[in-house]
Design a protein around this ligand. Structure first.
Ligand code: IPE
Ligand code: IPE
Ligand code: MG
Length: 234
């Protein structure tokens, strides 16, 4: 089987999973966070080198306040505990998205986590928080414009590489496989630039139920695809 180098996941369906069990949506988010932890280890053991997950979108702020607060609380705890797990697993953690809107203590935990794990050579684990593909492109255009204004960059020298280098994902390879759980057939503003030629796999399984068997199924489907551009399979 051809294992994708970089797998990106739109982790969807926490709310529906909880509702189906007669539980509050937040219970689904708690279970979803546990699935993330398992998946890091499973992905690495399968030979996946980069795993990128969509944890909170720029649109998710419009959810009810109590749900946003519960998600932030979960992220806060997750970031604190992640250093220990990352060290034990040699995992490098990065966060993409606009961190400026996050609370100061969460930003500090993220900075500590990124710094502490920057030399680790195991799984490259990237978490998208307050991330939107359009917002990422907006911020990149702003940064490029500032360089042009300052005279350090000529408009005629702007290449696709220039744009890629100004995105939050600078230095990361593009995803080979994009997985979305819980059935929706849309991108929801995730990695718009980077998934140009990623293979897409959608499963009806909600995120809290996603497991090794489901990841293997996604990789098997990927392995049978004929790819164009991107990392064409040999
Ligand atoms: C995904 O699950 C988690 C986040 C977007 C934070 P949802 O909360 O979107 O669950 P559904 O889609 O409503 O079931
Ligand atoms: C996408 O899920 C965002 C994350 C997984 C963080 P959503 O549930 O927010 O997306 P929509 O609303 O179905 O497009
Ligand atoms: Mg959803």
């Amino acid at each position: 089987m051809n294992i994708p180098n970089h797998v990106a996941i739109i982790m969807d369906g926490n709310g529906r999973w909880a509702k189906a069990k007669g539980m509050p949506r937040n219970y689904g988010h708690v279970q979803g966070a546990k699935t993330v932890e398992d998946m890091c280890e499973i992905a690495w053991n399968m030979g996946i080198k980069y795993l990128t997950v969509y944890a909170f979108s720029t649109e998710n702020w419009s959810r009810p306040d109590d749900e946003v607060n519960a998600l932030m609380k979960l992220l806060r705890n997750y970031m604190k505990n992640c250093i220990k797990r990352a060290s034990a697993n040699n995992m490098r953690v990065r966060v993409i998205g606009d961190k400026t809107r996050l609370d100061e203590d969460i930003r500090k935990s993220i900075a500590d986590l990124e710094e502490a794990t920057k030399d680790y050579t195991g799984l490259n684990f990237t978490i998208a928080i307050n991330y939107g593909g359009r917002d990422e492109l907006r911020r990149a255009v702003k940064a490029i414009s500032e360089e042009v204004k300052a005279g350090s960059l000529e408009p005629s020298d702007i290449t696709e590489e220039t744009i890629a280098m100004h995105l939050d994902t600078a230095g990361l390879p593009d995803p080979d496989l994009l997985i979305r759980t819980c059935g929706e057939l849309r991108i929801s503003n995730f990695l718009l630039w980077q998934i140009s030629y990623s293979e897409i796999y959608v499963t009806d399984v909600p995120w809290p139920d996603f497991n090794k068997e489901e990841l293997v199924k996604a990789c098997e489907a990927y392995s049978g695809r004929t790819r164009k551009f991107g990392n064409v399979l040999k």
